[in-house]
Design a protein around this ligand. Structure first.
Ligand SMILES: [Mg+2]
Length: 471
């Protein structure tokens, strides 16, 4: 059993799956918005004399949609538009560019009466138009010709070509790969990998794998894992296996053929960006290996956090002592963290000071976290500070956390922006080995909630873990 499986999709206070999966309300909200847009487009585009239908495709359809997990990310909804006609010899038919012009024009007309539509991307993308909304989502509208007689689809590109592309056939294939609980697990695995792609390709956007590539590869690998799945496999062990096989598979060949159209390579990462992708996939494999070798939940969670960053939850604890294998002695005393609260970024108007936990703080305050006993930290140790946000407030804005670290980084400054319980996690590593960790809980309240709950003194929860192998 995976050591950290509880933190993937189990009974933990926070799980990776819950962190990246939209709530029912969030999905309903998106559905309402694309329904409205679809109604508008169907009515307006019908004036050109062709039958118009729409079909939701992409992650929403596949049940693999993830939240925007970092600042600036948006929900991605794909709404296919279908112009229907039967091609007949000698009959003129609209060119691909014509369909794209009509669609782009109607998106602009929708904007006139929909204040939540912020922008229609100009120029349109090669394979779709994009409507960008407030509240962190966009709707892409790939546009197709549908021949109702043969049930064949082709995509209209901006550069004026018809592209052989049938999203419905691929979706049917996906639905057939697995069913029931296994399909649900496969969807979770795809979500984990999409979350990894969202956070692990900072500064290398052109090397980021697309959702469809991750979906197809994961589905094919999951299918091949029939023996391992026979007696049931937890999400963490399944992910370790998927990552290993994906690495082996992509080392052999960079091509990812569309399973329903053997002429289409779904992998669009350029040859120049491919080595960048492979390096990051190697780093993920390294994390999976370290998690597999980990002695306990904390060590496994720490290993995964090198791939998933602030999205990977840590076990519920206040401090973690790491013991030397041979002597069972703690390698280092866990440092204390002092937290100064101020109204301004220069800390001139200080409010108060806390140690190891902030029992209550208002929004829009500045917090300075510093190691109270820095002499405990070896000079070349790397000091990692990770904010893990939780609570509805942070989620609706899609800011789930961030991380910073470095040698000698004894203090960091943060601002409280969201109500809810959040963590500042301090992890100290030397040569890649975790030496100690402390989780500082920060309870941020809306002004009207302040003073309602008085903190009662409590005992610190501590965990012991064994010194892991070098990563
Ligand atoms: Mg899209």
């Amino acid at each position: 059993m995976g050591k950290a499986s509880r933190l993937f999709n189990g009974q933990a206070e926070q799980t990776l799956h819950a962190k990246v999966t939209p709530s029912t309300e969030q999905r309903d909200f998106l559905q309402q918005r694309w329904n409205n847009l679809a109604d508008h487009l169907k009515a307006r585009l019908a004036q050109h004399g062709y039958g118009i239908s729409t079909w939701l495709q992409g992650s929403y359809k596949y049940g693999t949609l993830i939240k925007p997990v970092k600042w600036g990310d948006q929900y991605d909804v794909d709404l296919g538009l279908y112009f229907e006609w039967e091609p007949q010899a000698g009959q003129p038919e609209p060119a691909p560019g014509q369909l794209r012009t009509w669609v782009q024009r109607e998106l602009h007309s929708y904007k006139e009466n929909a204040p939540e539509l912020k922008e229609v991307a100009e120029p349109a993308k090669e394979r779709c138009s994009r409507a960008i909304f407030t509240r962190r989502f966009h709707i892409d509208t790939p546009t197709y010709h549908l021949d109702p007689q043969s049930d064949k689809r082709r995509l209209a590109t901006l550069s004026g070509k018809w592209e052989d592309s049938d999203p419905k056939a691929l979706y049917k294939w996906f639905k057939k790969v697995q069913s029931g609980a296994e399909r649900e697990q496969m969807r979770r695995l795809i979500r984990y990998l999409k979350a990894w792609a969202a956070v692990a390709f900072e500064g290398a956007d052109d090397a980021r794998p697309s959702s469809i590539v991750l979906t197809v590869l994961t589905a094919q690998i999951y299918e091949s894992m029939w023996l391992e799945r026979f007696g049931g496999i937890d999400d963490e062990d399944a992910l370790i296996l998927v990552v290993k096989r994906m690495y082996a598979r992509l080392t052999e060949s960079a091509e990812v053929w569309n399973p329903v159209n053997r002429k289409e390579n779904l992998n669009r990462i350029s040859a120049a960006a491919w080595p960048v992708f492979m390096t990051r996939l190697t780093a993920l494999l390294d994390c999976a290996d370290a998690a597999e070798a980990a002695h306990d939940e904390f060590a496994a969670a720490c290993a995964w956090s090198a791939a998933f960053s602030y999205l990977m939850p840590l076990p519920e604890t206040d401090l973690v002592e790491v013991e030397q294998d041979s002597t069972r002695m703690a390698i280092m005393q866990v440092p204390d963290v002092r937290i100064e609260v101020a109204e301004d970024v220069d800390f001139k108007t200080s409010v108060n000071t806390h140690e190891n936990e902030v029992v209550e703080v208002a929004k829009n305050r500045w917090l300075r976290f510093s190691i109270a006993n820095p002499q405990l930290v070896p000079p070349m140790a790397s000091i990692e500070w990770t904010v893990r946000n939780d609570g509805a407030d942070a989620e609706s804005l899609g800011d789930l956390g961030h991380t910073q670290g470095g040698i000698g980084l004894h203090q960091v400054v943060e601002r409280t922006a969201y109500a809810g319980k959040q963590y500042m996690d301090l992890v100290i590593r030397l040569n890649g080995t975790v030496y100690a960790a402390r989780r500082v809980a920060v309870h941020i309240r809306d002004n009207h909630q302040l003073g309602q709950k008085r903190a009662t003194p409590r005992a610190w929860l501590s965990l012991r873990t064994r010194k892991g192998r070098r990563r």
